[in-house]
Design a protein around this ligand. Structure first.
Ligand code: GLC
Length: 752
């Protein structure tokens, strides 16, 4: 008995001891408030460990604290899908066999849906794939405003209007972050072109900055709660954006109260002192000392690594800034890598595939459709000729850091054969040769697009086929190869490359039943627009491209997309090209500035707030196709707009209601757009600005009331003198329509 008692008491102390030893420390205790856990972790970390977690350890990951069991942070590109695993310190893919994913449509397509639910579904799907791939941060979405049709990365962004971009980016962020994966909204800020992206100093007035270029980031922070923001390469007020007193400390963390993490763009950090003091929290992608290229695995040479540690140890700088950075990075860790409640994610699920197809189908924009040439009438069509290289070229590989390694990509020709092949003969001719490449960072498309025939032979073959067919679908556009919608290099002209204009013109002579499908992420010139009955703007649509294009051609999907940016007739009709500067100050360009990031070139945004339709409307320059334009296979009739009040005070809201009826024979969806015009203002304002929209689905013959509510923020402009938003009392007009140039009904009201 006594033995048993002794044994029990020994056991008891052991468990007591082991229990005492096992007491969960605060920083690891989920039941404690996160602020306490951050402070506890901070108090346990050595100086070296603090320095470590604010810079990269590999191409796409940053240190954790192994001694304390604080995990590393793993990031991955990009906005349209999860980039394949790369080698530790390389851009090249690592050759894993478990990292192929679904490519979702480019963000221009998402924006073109004007459907916030699509944005939600997009974020959820992408977040689930990133989670399953074990990523804590997805390096996207990009929300830089479309200032020029030549910008190489417009396809990754959401168009020319700050309100549309703000509305569409928020659900995406929430969808991703619900998976314990942070978004990294980029590129903050003013990275509106790729030419001189590392070496240009952007000059613009505060109205343009606050009214046009900042709103999407402000929405991402204040409504989307994006856990990280990515600094840009370019300079603003002479400081590189990834360590910029004005953008990061004064605006982002000051005016907007941002508590998240600012990560640099890859290789955007160039100076330790600025990196310490100007708002940067986490350094990635630096080429060692930032001057000499390429010493690999030199992460200790990062600006926020040994150089920073040495400054602290020598007493030249304190640890106040360091602790702030570490607190922010730990806060990010608790939401991601240390978040025990995050789901497991999934890859290429049925939902993901359905999402990719739905977003793509809703994003395609029907620009023109004379004589109801589309949808293809199968009772009169026995043979379809598909012409053009973009019908067979993979678009998910290439274009820069958003390039992907996909489970599959249904190409337009495949989709058309799959959809029409049973009832009709589908024949193909290449028509032109564009880019025969298909390899990005070691991810290969596997396509052999080599061609030996001459351009004349290719055109002759295509025209012959067109003559012999009942319907012709031309699939062309751009292709994410160099200077054709690609990161790091802008387009060099506004027209279609590879002589496509000539081919389209020939095809229109050969067969009047012609639909041109443009695969691109930018506006292009269309000299043949009067010769072609139907034109579809089809974006880089990702894995489900072919299925979405075929569904629209067949009328299975009634197109409901609207343009997220204007299509000027010619480049000079775009304000950045009419007023400059692009690609930079002329004299400095001539003097060779901008070639070296140590010798930046200035770019002045002379057009100020008059970007896109704000320019076209105010200067009465008719675009080829307007912002917000998009046709349907059915028609919609708008009733007279009513307002729930004729005047509002500063704290009121006002609701506009309009009845919309589907007066055609097909079910469809219409995006009802609300623009606000300030009839008298103390400062110049655009003729009208988008301040509301709602997508309504209507069966043939069905009608619904659509209501849009705004408050005084929708009436305000940024007053630089007050450095604040101002809604001036007076008369306004609400204009409601099917596009920025197709206003159907309007009503005056007064702000008291
Ligand atoms: C690139 C891009 C950025 C990308 C990052 C990592 O230079 O500017 O969008 O996320 O580096 O690839």
């Amino acid at each position: 008995m006594i033995k048993k008692l002794i044994l029990l008491s020994v056991l008891g102390c052991m468990t007591q001891f082991s229990f005492a030893q096992k007491k969960t420390p605060v920083y690891l205790d989920d039941s404690k408030p996160v602020e306490q856990r951050i402070e506890d972790a901070l108090s346990r970390m050595t100086l070296e460990e603090k320095i470590n977690i604010i810079h990269a350890q590999s191409k796409f990951s940053s240190h954790g604290v192994p001694r304390l069991g604080i995990p590393e942070l793993w990031t991955a590109d990009g906005p349209h899908g999860v980039r394949s695993e790369v080698l530790w310190d390389e851009w090249d893919q690592a050759g894993w066999t478990n990292d192929s994913i679904i490519a979702y449509p480019a963000l221009t397509a998402l924006s073109a849906t004007w459907n916030r639910n699509m944005s939600s579904i997009y974020g959820k799907s992408l977040g689930e794939e990133a989670r399953y791939r074990g990523k804590d941060v997805i390096l996207g979405p990009g929300v830089n405003i479309y200032r020029t049709p030549l910008n190489g990365r417009n396809f990754e962004y959401m168009g020319e209007d700050p309100f549309l971009t703000s509305q569409m980016v928020v659900p995406y962020i929430k969808g991703v972050q619900a998976n314990g994966v942070a978004t990294s909204v980029k590129h903050f800020a003013l990275n509106n072109q790729e030419t001189f992206r590392h070496s240009s100093n952007v000059i613009l007035d505060d109205r343009a900055l606050y009214e046009i270029y900042l709103p999407p980031f402000k929405a991402a922070v204040q409504e989307g709660d994006s856990w990280t923001i990515m600094g840009a390469y370019d300079l603003y007020k002479g400081q590189h954006a990834s360590h910029n007193q004005y953008l990061l400390n004064d605006i982002l963390k000051g005016e907007w109260g941002y508590k998240g993490v600012v990560v640099s763009d890859w290789g955007a950090v160039l100076d330790t002192d600025q990196a310490i003091h100007n708002g940067l929290d986490l350094e990635f992608g630096t080429w060692t000392n930032g001057l000499s290229k390429g010493t690999s695995n030199a992460y200790e040479n990062y600006y926020l690594a040994k150089p920073y540690l040495d400054l602290i140890k020598s007493g030249k700088v304190g640890t106040k800034e360091l602790d702030d950075k570490v607190r922010r990075v730990l806060g990010l860790a608790y939401k991601t890598s240390m978040n025990k409640n995050k789901p497991f994610g999934s890859i290429a699920s049925e939902e993901h595939i359905a999402a990719a197809k739905q977003i793509a189908s809703e994003g395609i924009v029907l620009l023109q459709n004379q004589k109801a040439t589309l949808p293809i009438n199968l009772s009169k069509t026995k043979k379809i000729a598909v012409i053009g290289e973009n019908a067979i070229k993979m678009m998910t590989v290439g274009g820069g850091s958003s390039s992907l390694k996909v489970k599959y990509e249904t190409l337009p020709l495949d989709g058309i054969k799959e959809r029409f092949g049973k009832q009709t003969e589908v024949v193909y001719a290449r028509g032109y040769v564009g880019d025969v490449g298909g390899d990005y960072n070691g991810v290969k498309s596997g396509q052999n697009l080599k061609e030996t025939r001459s351009s004349a032979e290719l055109i002759a073959e295509a025209v012959k086929l067109a003559k012999e067919s009942d319907f012709v679908v031309f699939v062309g556009g751009l292709n994410k190869s160099d200077h054709q919608d690609a990161e790091g290099m802008d387009r060099e002209s506004y027209g279609l490359p590879y002589d496509q204009d000539k081919l389209i013109s020939e095809l229109s002579k050969a067969n009047k039943n012609l639909a041109v499908v443009l695969v691109s992420g930018n506006a292009v010139a269309m000299p043949w627009i009067k010769e072609v009955p139907s034109v579809l703007q089809s974006w880089y649509l990702g894995s489900e491209s072919g299925h979405a294009i075929a569904a629209v051609l067949a009328g299975d999907a009634n197109p409901s997309g609207k343009l997220p940016f204007s299509f000027p007739v010619k480049l000079e009709d775009n304000s950045a090209h009419a007023l400059g500067e692009y690609p930079g100050n002329k004299a400095e360009l001539a003097a060779g500035k901008g070639k070296d990031l140590k010798d930046p070139i200035n770019i002045t945004y002379n057009e100020g707030i008059f970007v896109g339709y704000r320019w076209h409307d105010t200067k009465n320059i008719k675009p080829l196709f307007s912002f917000g334009h998009g046709l349907s296979y059915t028609t919609f009739e708008y009733g007279k707009v009513k307002a729930d009040k004729s005047e509002l005070t500063a704290n009121d809201k006002i609701t506009f209601t309009v009845n919309v009826k589907n007066t055609g024979k097909m079910n469809g969806a219409e995006v009802v757009q609300l623009y606000i015009s300030d009839l008298k203002s103390s400062l110049p304002r655009p003729l009208k600005e988008l301040k509301g929209f709602d997508k309504v689905y209507l069966k043939a013959g069905e009608s619904k009331d659509v209501s849009i509510t705004i408050d005084k923020s929708a009436l305000s402009f940024f007053d630089p003198a007050k450095h604040d938003w101002v809604a001036e009392p007076g008369d306004f007009e609400a204009l409601i329509g099917s596009s920025s140039s197709d206003i159907r009904t309007k009503i005056k009201f007064t702000l008291k």
